[in-house]
Ligand binder design. Structure first.
Ligand code: HEC
Ligand code: CU
Length: 339
């Protein structure tokens, strides 16, 4: 004998689902790292592919669920009804449910392959080349054609294609600016490429997307897309020699202390020090953030950072420095003057 069918109370379940669905629309208007707010050709292409595949998935879902509901309604066991009739084999049905998914996969595969080739990093003629080197846990940027080296904050001209050439100084990292481009791995000893172009000026956030050690989550970055003239002004400032402090100023004292401290074993300031363990500080005062775009570039964060970086950023490869009091003030003032 068949037992009585079990009835689910479908109404509360449907209500909960509806509320959850509506809640997904919440979240405010600011999406610093949302792939759904694409602002470059690269990210728009990924977004388009995602939406395309999602539409197919929704179609499959609707058809499958509809058939399921029909089956439940029409073929359910009814009290006193006859035993169900077993059915073996149905050639037309079997060919149908083999062909339909195969066709859908073709419709998904074609745009997927196109996107893979489109995002393979072939930049058009005249693209601006930027080398990105991943370090635990910060980003080094070099502009080989402009002779610039900077860190963590990537300035680009809006409207111009950017050719990014990526490698790593240590472990594997991944360069990802959700609204613009990426993710793509940075691997020591090889060069991976992406190319992208954004037409809107503004600030975009990104971060390392491949686990790379203690401060992986603190390996962030900022992209600042600027109009041609603003970008050119930035380039000119970066190419200029670092500011020379005035005679007798506190900045000059800071420079002297910097020169005889451990700093010169790890950092570059053109004309003062030339080491490559940490970020180039020639124009550090012009950056908005420090330490993997983790802290605002303020007097207070520079003080705390120089005194004890690992206490602010776990594992940071800049050891605590013994500078204190007026000496530390002077070094901070010097760094801030390096616009
Ligand atoms: C053993 C090498 C080492 C020494 C010595 C060292 N640093 Fe660093 N420094 C680093 C590394 C590595 C980073 C990047 C750390 C990170 O972001 O995770 C860094 C980052 C910085 C930053 C942030 C730069 C940016 O744009 O993010 C400043 C400022 C800085 N160091 C100043 C100093 C000063 C001043 C001294 C000397 C008093 C000094 N450092 C000594 C290795 C060193
Ligand atoms: Cu990482």
């Amino acid at each position: 004998m068949l037992r009585d069918p079990v009835y689910f109370d479908a109404v509360p379940l449907a209500l909960v689902s509806l509320v959850l669905l509506l809640l997904t629309a919440c979240g405010g208007g600011h999406y610093p790292q949302s792939v759904f707010h694409a602002e470059a050709d690269f990210s728009r292409e990924l977004d388009g592919l995602f939406r395309n595949i999602f539409a197919w998935a929704v179609g499959v879902f609707v058809v499958v669920e509809a058939l399921l509901l029909v089956a439940i309604a029409r073929f359910r066991a009814r009290p006193g009804g006859p035993e169900p009739k077993p059915v073996h084999g149905h050639t037309a049905l079997e060919i149908g449910w083999t062909l339909a998914p195969a066709l859908i996969l073709v419709f998904i595969a074609v745009p997927t392959m196109r996107t893979i080739f489109d995002t393979a990093g072939h930049a058009p003629e005249g693209a601006l080349r930027v080398e990105v080197i991943g370090h635990q846990w910060w980003w080094e940027y070099r502009y080989p054609t402009l002779d610039i080296s900077t860190a963590n904050e990537l300035h680009i001209p809006a409207g111009m294609p950017i050719q990014v050439e990526m490698t790593s100084a240590d472990v594997i990292h991944s360069f990802w600016i959700p609204r613009l481009a990426g993710k793509r791995d940075l691997i020591q000893g090889r060069t991976n490429r992406i190319a992208f172009r954004t037409d809107s000026t503004g600030e975009y956030w990104g971060q390392c997307a491949e686990f790379c050690g203690a401060s992986h989550a603190n390996m962030r970055l900022r992209v600042i897309a600027q109009s041609d003239s603003v970008f050119q002004r930035w380039v000119d400032r970066q190419r200029a020699a670092p500011v020379t402090p005035a005679k007798g100023s506190v900045e000059e004292t800071g420079q002297q202390i910097f020169r005889r401290s451990a700093c010169i074993g790890c950092h570059t300031i053109t004309g003062i020090a030339n080491a490559k363990v940490g970020p180039d500080l020639s124009h550090v005062g012009g950056r908005g953030t420090i330490a993997g775009a983790l802290f605002p570039n303020t007097t207070e964060s520079l003080h705390r950072w120089i005194s004890n970086a690992p206490s602010l950023k776990p594992g940071a490869l800049m050891p605590p420095q013994s500078l204190q009091g007026a000496d530390l003030d002077a070094v901070v003032a010097y760094l801030q003057s390096l616009k």
